[in-house]
Design a protein around this ligand. Structure first.
Ligand code: ADP
Length: 609
């Protein structure tokens, strides 16, 4: 796949009816499996709520006919009969009210529970995505949409399934009653509902395409908003004074989005009202016929009242049923996106081995090439070098030369397109991930500054597992962060980030020390990969780090400051993804190539002072 996919591609095309039914049933199956009692309660309440309205209508007929006959014959029995039907009708209506209240309660529970279940599934899926997958623009789009609607759309779909079943059952009962007295009115009820249905169906696809197609603009809107409200950009915003310009862009974007919104809504309102009027005209015809025929003596008063009620409720029934369907179509489109995400194939499982056949070999890059998806230029091109146990390797190169990409491959987060990265003679992809994690400590660039406790910032390196005090101390020591810990009021438990009550903000260099401590949390790690570990540190800390005994570990050190890596056993220089020079400092200087020139440039200012 090349470049950023269009929104339609990312979201998926409109599903066919069979697909829609499959997605709806899958969602229903999901919630039934996760919360069976709740679904049983909602189903039971929907069934009762479906049958009570036609029963009440039939009772109203019995009441009116009972009243008319009691007025005509004047007997006690007829009078009591009419009053009896009044009590039964009232009881049915009261029961209906109570059932509807419980329906609201049960559905609110379902909403909350289903939102939680779906969010859990999304998090679980996202957690299992490979780095390659999660960096993919199409998958990112799917994740954003899925997260945004996790709590609302799947519930809405399930809700509509029950609504459709309930309204459908009510409608069928009403139509049966109607058919007993005036069969042709059945046809009228169905025909009268069709215009609104057709309109809704057309608009539902429109709205979906409209709102999801705008995800990139919405993202930009949120981003512009964050530029003005976030503390991270505050310094630049205030100094450069771009707040007003950003607000203007925000306003322009809002006006464009809102303008589009308004024209869609206006179109919906005008076409929708025309279609509703057409539907109402059909029903008016039916009503006129019932009244005329009753006046002519064909129906009793009770029958007339019931038939008009049936027609009215039938009309509402058709609309409710059809809007459950059309709204459902929109939900299905969102849910389709959700399942496209949940059904993504797992990254291929390696062989899960915990050791390699050649333990003395260390880390080896053997003819490694790697191209990012969508890019036409390799980020790494035929890169070979080795890192035997206990050696230090310095990695240098200009921005974009492939150093960070190399770290992703050296940690097995990306698999090479060609060649092999091996540890102890075994390709990284065949290693058990946990075993690999224990062997390699990494300081990534950029590293994450966890807005959690200081302890969490270090223990993140062991998967947030609690680490024994001594080991934690050693890691903090290795990260040159011991002084930092003692200087903070809450020590290890200090909450980092001013966003939290009693939270404290750290400086760039302090955050970097914690990232370094994190990279050292695994005592067993025999390989350390450090991407610009001292870039934000003061010179004293940097010198401290460079002179440290690694205790037999091997080190890959990426640094722009060549003075830091001159003591490395071997220096690899990358240019546009290729290894252009490789050797010890003295040898490379003697060679007089690119490294020697870069070193001379960096040394120059010190010489002339
Ligand atoms: P360095 O760390 O040496 O500055 P990188 O390894 O980050 O270089 O980048 C090497 C090349 O790969 C650059 O051309 C960069 O634009 C490209 N690149 C880096 N990350 C990605 C990515 N996630 N997707 C696509 N291209 C990328």
């Amino acid at each position: 796949m090349a470049g950023t996919p269009s929104d339609d591609e990312a979201i998926g095309a409109r599903p066919g009816l069979a697909d829609a039914i499959r997605q709806a049933l899958r969602t229903l199956g999901l919630v039934t499996r996760e919360r069976p009692a709740l679904i049983a309660a909602v189903a039971g309440l929907s069934l009762v709520a479906a049958l009570l309205p036609p029963a009440a209508l039939y009772m109203s007929k019995l009441v009116i006919d009972g009243v008319v006959s009691a007025m005509q014959d004047g007997t006690e029995v007829s009078r009591n009969q009419a009053l009896f039907w009044v009590v039964i009708e009232s009881a049915i209506l009261a029961a209906l009210l109570a059932v509807r209240r419980f329906q609201v309660f049960a559905k609110a529970q379902l909403h909350a529970e289903l939102g939680f279940v779906v969010s859990g599934l999304i998090l679980e899926r996202a957690d299992r995505l490979s780095l390659r997958q999660i960096e993919d623009a199409d998958i990112q789009q799917k994740l954003i949409l899925a997260k945004q609607f996790a709590a609302s759309r799947p519930y809405s779909l399930v809700n509509r399934i029950f609504d459709a079943a309930q309204h459908g059952l009510t409608l069928v009962s009403l139509l049966i009653l109607l058919a007993v007295y005036a069969p042709w009115l059945v046809l009228l009820v169905v025909l009268g509902g069709l215009p609104v249905f057709i309109g809704n169906l057309r608009f539902s696809g429109d709205a979906y395409r409209f709102y999801t197609g705008r995800t990139p603009q919405m993202r930009e809107r949120n981003y512009l908003e964050s530029l003005v409200t976030n503390e991270a950009s505050a310094r630049e915003r205030l100094h450069y004074g771009y707040g007003e310009a950003v607000r203007d862009r925000f306003g322009d974007l809002f006006r464009t989005l809102h303008g589009d919104d308004r024209s869609l809504q206006l179109r919906q309102a005008s076409i929708g009202s025309g279609l509703s009027l057409a539907g109402s005209a059909v029903f008016l015809g039916g009503k006129l016929w019932i009244v005329a025929v009753t006046i002519a003596g064909a129906f009793t008063l009770g029958q007339m009242t019931m038939l008009v009620g049936l027609l009215k409720q039938g009309q509402a029934g058709v609309t409710n049923l059809l809007s459950a369907f059309t709204g459902g179509v929109e939900d299905v489109l969102y849910v389709t996106n959700l399942y496209a995400l949940l059904d993504l194939p797992d990254a291929p499982e390696g062989r899960g081995l915990k050791s390699g056949p050649a333990p003395g070999e260390g880390l080896v890059f053997d003819g490694v090439s790697f191209t990012y998806p969508g890019s036409d230029r390799p980020a790494l091109d035929d890169v070979s070098f080795s890192l035997p146990p206990g050696t230090r390797l310095g990695l240098v190169g200009a921005n974009g030369s492939g150093k960070t990409t190399l770290v992703k491959l050296a940690t097995g987060l990306y698999a090479p397109d060609a060649g092999e990265v091996r540890l102890d003679g075994l390709a990284l992809q065949d290693w058990d991930r946990a075993a690999l994690r224990h062997r390699i400590g990494v300081l990534f660039q950029p590293h994450v500054n966890y807005k959690l406790s200081l302890r969490d910032n270090v223990e993140a390196g062991s998967g947030f597992a609690t680490v024994a005090g001594e080991r934690l101390e050693r890691a903090i020591e290795a990260g040159l962060a011991a002084e930092l810990v003692t200087s903070l009021p809450g020590g290890l438990d200090t909450r980092l980030s001013k966003r939290f009550l009693d939270g404290i903000e750290l400086s760039g260099g302090q955050w970097q020390r914690l990232a370094m401590a994190r990279a050292h949390i695994n005592d067993e790690a025999d390989i350390l990969i450090m991407d610009e570990p001292t870039a934000a540190m003061d010179p004293a800390a940097e010198a401290d780090f460079m002179q440290r005994d690694l205790g037999g570990r091997s080190l890959v050190l990426i640094s722009h400051r060549l003075a830091n890596i001159r003591t490395a056993d071997r220096i690899v220089m990358l240019d546009k993804g290729r290894v252009v020079e490789c050797g010890a400092h003295e040898a490379l200087i003697a060679e007089g190539g690119a490294y020697a020139r870069l070193f001379a440039t960096q040394a120059e200012p010190y010489r002339s002072t």
